[in-house]
Design a protein around this ligand. Sequence first.
Ligand SMILES: Nc1ncnc2c1ncn2[C@@H]1O[C@H](COP(=O)(O)OP(=O)(O)O)[C@@H](O)[C@H]1O
Ligand SMILES: [Mg+2]
Length: 333
Amino acid sequence: MHIALTHNLKEKDSSKPADYFSEFDSLETINAIISAISRKGHKVSAVNVNGSDVFDYFKKNRVDMVFNIAEGKHGKFRESEIPAILDYFNIPYTGSNTFALALALNKALTKKILKAENIPTPNFQVFSRGSKELDPSLKFPLIVKPNFEGSAKGIDKKNVVQDREELFKVINEIISLYKQDVLVEEFIEGTELTVGILENGKCTVLPILEIDFSKCLNSGEYFYSWKMKEFQGNKEMGLVPEFHCPARLDKNTEALVNDTALRTHHAVGCFDISRTDIRLSKDGIPYVLEINPLPGLNPNESNFPLMAYAAGMKYEELIEAILMSASERNRLN
Ligand SMILES: Nc1ncnc2c1ncn2[C@@H]1O[C@H](COP(=O)(O)OP(=O)(O)O)[C@@H](O)[C@H]1O
Ligand SMILES: [Mg+2]
């Protein structure tokens, strides 16, 4: 088969804000995926969405399948841009469709669906420019996040606020910086978990990954903030989270967390792969923060491959499983 790998390549450009490239993929990731696909005997063409005319490429090159990890280019529906082009040309692709990708990028809308499905998610309110009324039922501390970002863009430790004054200060900062609605949620004290789902013949929940920030407290960071994600492992900065996979949970909690992630995957309508971020509260409730239908696939740094390794898979097997799941879906449709 001829497979195109659609992606946004991470570049160095100091004229852009520090977090501009955070969602994009490194050459290391691109090369690892290319090598895994090539080893199966396929021809692979890498298509960098930054700086190429993707529509024109697929008009001229009739590939058999696309391995899609692209974040897209602009705005609130950016992750759906490449799947929309591929749908237009009737080219099958790995991962979720336009609809699920746009939904998952809208954290607040996803949370409304989770609530309707009785899946726990922190209580929340959405703020637009100029909104001033705080829902009195929300309990401080609250966390303020841009509604349409990933990779913890715009999420700093000062986004956890203790009172109304701090809250509106951060809301206004984020609205002007990111030019989008802001999601305000109750901050859930507890354990950080992330749960990978891989449709590997059947929908499989990978071993749960627990991220423990207790060794990072000297740095002032205590959750998966942008700084923590961007510089994790940096000893001088004290950003040394500990990863436990499988997570240190009792059997009942593990089953509850697995079920919560699986229901989230289905509620949002994800395909092939997803990673659900959860905060397990001290009283054992798995609160879903968000679902990532395009989780990072860096073979050495990303959370999802870590979970696949804990399940006994090699990186190539993970990539192959994603491809197989997409091929099978395409064959049946
Ligand atoms: N309601 C919350 N309670 C506790 N921690 C949170 C909450 N929301 C976000 N966080 C922290 O911020 C991190 C990033 O938030 P998340 O909603 O997953 O955004 P992103 O899409 O940028 O990853 C989480 O992994 C978690 O550590
Ligand atoms: Mg997240």
